[in-house]
Each structure stands twice: as structure tokens, then as C-alpha cells.
Design a protein around this ligand. Structure first.
Ligand code: ZN
Length: 461
């Protein structure tokens, strides 16, 4: 493509889903080893942005030691006559997609939790400066999202600057999240769907309502609305909610129709407020995983940042892998932290009366939104299921009343950092592009279980 002639590596949709293992990486930016990292998009006035200006604060790629891991920030400023603050969230979410178009770049997660790797192979080909990545992003943004007329991009590897800017970023994320709080799903006629994660999880569609944030925790109902207005045929689109079929579980005819269409029939029914039956599917970039603990008949919650093992002896990566990939798995439910602040949170399962364990750091983030009487153990009160049982009994958790009923069987899989990546890039899925089509092989072993052929935009090829 002439658009990327001056870039030393290839750029295209075929590289989305490319995994870069530790032994093949030149450098790691952000990720689980780094305390501070962020990506942030801000809407600016036309005269505040110098179009396609790329700035690097701290060492550039060529100056970072081979195999090292460094703190990292991406700060993007956009301007245009239709650019407004409500477009920041969805524009920011595209960083993930566009970075992954670059041969030899892997980008996972979002916001305060980004994780990037550059491959040795692409580094040797000449991808040794953030300037190249910046140029690709600027061009993709302007060709894919025409409301962006001017864009400037700053890459930060200086640890002090990252600390300062990530603090600011956290405040901005919080302000965005707070905006939809207090609104009810009953009060709107339109929800929003997001298929940005379909390159990794072809049968996943996020349904974004005022009271259920996207799984990744970075697209609110307002963000969805703004995006669907400027780009209605894009990956974030309006869903007419249709008939309310079950108010408790959260089943809407419009959601069912939309997900059936967008997943080509793989998923045809979704219950929004439960982790059982027809739960909202889990992609790979959810902020946290709700996991059913059959021994106590309650849910544990674990977020991506939790480094230890949870109360059932399994780490986030293993639990995440058990639900990821656009599947509906009973008792494994990918969620955003913001959804935990919603009054609809796991409503059909009993809401907070069904939550029994979470990391202390997560509890701290949501404590203002928990009912006062809620009883939740953390790693400080219960390290094993037996300790959890004692804690729940001692504190008269409402679930204790139900312990006579028979438990439900659930089986998790895989372990370690590899599993953490696998959760974001489900191994059961392969994507290839050919002749302008994107071909996705689902659960392919000897033969493909299903082949999905999608037309790909010219600019993305
Ligand atoms: Zn996702």
C-alpha cells in the first residue's frame, strides 16, 4: 500500500491477532511488569494541534535495551469541527486495533493497563523508532475516522513523565465513567453494540447500555452514541433495544436480533445481567472475570492487575482463559470494573448478595458503590475456599442460607503468562486475509469448523 510506503514494515489487517512471545520480543512497553502505563485521547481545538506531529519523551525504541520492559504512555490529541469530548473514548479504543495492524507490534488491553511488544524481526527490518508507529497511527486515524482533521501523537517512556500523566489520565477515565452513572437502561430506547474485539473473538459483540459498560471498561453508552453518530456503519453501532423479554435477566429482542446478525448466528440470545444461562459473551480484553465458586455458590471476581492466585487457587490468566473468546460459559463472565458500580450488576444472580471474594484493590475501587451490608472477603481474609467458607459463615453472608442446594460444576484450563496472552488472543481462532476478504477459522484443527468471510476496507488491507 502506497499509504505506508515509507514505513519499514508491512501494515494491514492480517497482522491483527499476531502474538509476540517473550523470546521473540525486542522490547516490552507497559504490561504486567510495569506499575504505570496509560493511553489517552483528548479532544482539542483546531489551533492546539499540529497535524501529524510526533513527539517522543524519553528513550526511543532504538535506545531501549534488547529484551527490556519499560513503563509506557501514548497520548493522542485530535481536532476537527465534529470532534467532541464524547468521541475520546472510542477514538482511544482504536489505538488497540491500529497498533495491531503493524507487522511485529502486539497491543493488548486498554487505558491504564496497556501491554505492547515489538518483535525482534520488525526491529531488525527498521521499525526502531516511535516515529514510524506514530505515522501509521496518524494516517489510519485520518483515513478511518474522517471526523479527525488534525492529530498529534506523543509517546512517553520517561518514568517520571508517565507517573505525572497517568495520574491525570486516571482522573479523565473516572470523569468519563461517572457521566453515565445514574442513568437507567429503562430510560433509553437505544443501546450500542461493539465488534472491535471480533478480530480476536469472532463471536463476541459487546452490548453497551447505560448500566452495562463494555467489557474492556473503556466504552460507555455516551461513547457508543457519539461513535455511532459519526460512523454509523463502523464497529460501534446503534441497537434498537426492542421488546423487553425479561426484566430480571435483562433479555431484549433487539439485542438478540443484533447479536445473531453480528455473530453470523453463533450467538442468538443474551441475558445482560447474569453469568448463567445466556450470559453476555466475554472477549479477551475484559477488565475482570467473575468466576463461580461452586463450593460456596457465590462469585469471586478477579481483575487483570491481580498478581497472586485467587481464593480457588487459580490466577487471573487461567480464569480469564476459561471464559474468553466470545463464548457463553456458565459461571465465567468477563466484566468491566464500571459494571460493578451499576445497580444492574449480576442482578439476576442476586447482585452483591452473590459476590463472595475479590482482590482488596478492586474492593477499594468499588467500595462506594457496594451496598453497606455487602460482605466480601479479599485475599487478606481468605486465601482458600475453606477459609472463605469460615469467613462467610462468621459474617452471615446471605449465600450461607442457600448452602443446602446442590453445587454447579465448572472446569477451568491453562496457566501462566502464555495463558494471559491466550485469553486476549483465543488460540481456537485464526484470522487470515486474502483478496480483500478476512477469513476467520474457528476452532480449526484438521478442518475448519466454520469459515467466516468478511469484506475488508481498502485502507485496512
Ligand atoms: Zn473486548
Amino acid at each position: 500500500m502506497s499509504m505506508f510506503e515509507d514505513i519499514p514494515v508491512d501494515v494491514g489487517v492480517i497482522y491483527e491477532g499476531e502474538r509476540i512471545r517473550r523470546k521473540n520480543m525486542q522490547v516490552e512497553l507497559g504490561g504486567p511488569k510495569q506499575e504505570t502505563k496509560f493511553e489517552l485521547v483528548r479532544a482539542k481545538k483546531m489551533d492546539e494541534v499540529e497535524d501529524e506531529k510526533i513527539t517522543i519523551i524519553g528513550p526511543d525504541l532504538k535506545d531501549l535495551a534488547e529484551g527490556s520492559s519499560v513503563p509506557f504512555g501514548i497520548y493522542i490529541e485530535i481536532a476537527g469541527k465534529n470532534v467532541e469530548e464524547d468521541l475520546e473514548g472510542v477514538t482511544e479504543r482504536r489505538i488497540h486495533e491500529y497498533c495491531n495492524f503493524i507487522e511485529g507490534i502486539m497491543h493488548l488491553n486498554q487505558r491504564y493497563d496497556i501491554w505492547m511488544r515489538l518483535s525482534k524481526k520488525s526491529f531488525k527490518k527498521g521499525l526502531n523508532s516511535f516515529t514510524h508507529i506514530g505515522k501509521v497511527l496518524a494516517r489510519l486515524y485520518k483515513s478511518e475516522l474522517p471526523f479527525i482533521e488534525k492529530i498529534q501523537i506523543t509517546f512517553i517512556t520517561d518514568p517520571e513523565k508517565i507517573k505525572e500523566m497517568s495520574k491525570q489520565a486516571l482522573e479523565i477515565y473516572e470523569a468519563r465513567d461517572a457521566k453515565a452513572r445514574g442513568m437507567k437502561d429503562e430510560e433509553v430506547d437505544t443501546f450500542y453494540g461493539c465488534t472491535l474485539c471480533q478480530s480476536f473473538a469472532p463471536t463476541h459483540m459487546c452490548v453497551i447500555t447505560p448500566q452495562r459498560y463494555s467489557n474492556c471498561g473503556s466504552i460507555s453508552w455516551f461513547d457508543g452514541r457519539a461513535s455511532a453518530q459519526v460512523d454509523p456503519k463502523g464497529p460501534v453501532f446503534a441497537i434498537e433495544k426492542g421488546e423487553l423479554l425479561d426484566p430480571e435477566k435483562g433479555e431484549f429482542s433487539g439485542i438478540n436480533e443484533s447479536i445473531k446478525q453480528k455473530t453470523l448466528g453463533a450467538v442468538d440470545k443474551v441475558w445482560m445481567y447474569t453469568g448463567f444461562g445466556y450470559p453476555h459473551t466475554s472477549c479477551g480484553c475484559f477488565e475482570a472475570m467473575a468466576f463461580y465458586i461452586p463450593e460456596v455458590e457465590g462469585y469471586g471476581i478477579v481483575d487483570r492487575g491481580f498478581k497472586g492466585v485467587t481464593v480457588n487457587g487459580l490466577p487471573f490468566s487461567t480464569l480469564a482463559d476459561s471464559g474468553a473468546g466470545g463464548r457463553q460459559v456458565d459461571g465465567f463472565h468477563g466484566i468491566s470494573i464500571e459494571y460493578m458500580r451499576s445497580p444492574k450488576f449480576m442482578q439476576a444472580d442476586g447482585g452483591w448478595d452473590r459476590i463472595v471474594w475479590m482482590p482488596a484493590s478492586v474492593k477499594e475501587r468499588v467500595k462506594e458503590f457496594m451496598p453497606k451490608e455487602a460482605v466480601v472477603a479479599t485475599e487478606n481474609e481468605a486465601k482458600t475456599v475453606d477459609e472463605l467458607k469460615v469467613f462467610l459463615k462468621e459474617h452471615s453472608h446471605p449465600i450461607v442460607q442457600q448452602w443446602k442446594e446442590a453445587p454447579v460444576e465448572v472446569t477451568p484450563t491453562a496457566e501462566g503468562e502464555e495463558a494471559m496472552e491466550a485469553a486476549a488472543f483465543p488460540v481456537s481462532t485464526a484470522t487470515v486475509a486474502a483478496g480483500g476478504f478476512r477469513i476467520i477459522f474457528k476452532n480449526a484443527k484438521i478442518h475448519a469448523e466454520k469459515v467466516i468471510i468478511k469484506r475488508v476496507d481498502k485502507a485496512k488491507r
